[in-house]
Ligand binder design. Sequence first.
Ligand code: HEC
Length: 117
Amino acid sequence: MKPLITALALTLIVSTFSMAAEKYDTGALRTVQKHCTSCHGTPFFQAKQIDDSDWKFFFNTKGELEKIHKDKPEALASLASPAFKQKRNRILKFFIENSMYSGAVNGCDGNFCGTNH
Ligand code: HEC
């Protein structure tokens, strides 16, 4: 019984630490940086422009993202890219977690530092 409890405690400690290390989804950030930043500014800036319910609306209303970008071929290509399609749900989560009223403030790190594009 005791080794099991120790193993459980260890798992908990390790998972708590790994959660603390990952403050946001780096893969989602990189994909947004590649496909949206040229027009919308950095991923954290873009996330802050609208609130969580707006993000859900734009991502969950079928064809909405394509509709607002209909005159922007570059944006349509981004939306159709395999990377965006594959990470779509993770990107939505990233935007919601960093949205207008989320209170999330990101510091400077290896992926992102202030206004770099
Ligand atoms: C070529 C430039 C361009 C690219 C690339 C682009 N967008 Fe946009 N996007 C725009 C413009 C311009 C608007 C404003 C349209 C309007 O208000 O009529 C817009 C509006 C939006 C909106 C509506 C809310 C708002 O802020 O006005 C969302 C959501 C959005 N874009 C998401 C994305 C995402 C996600 C990507 C990356 C996959 C992306 N865009 C890539 C130009 C772009």
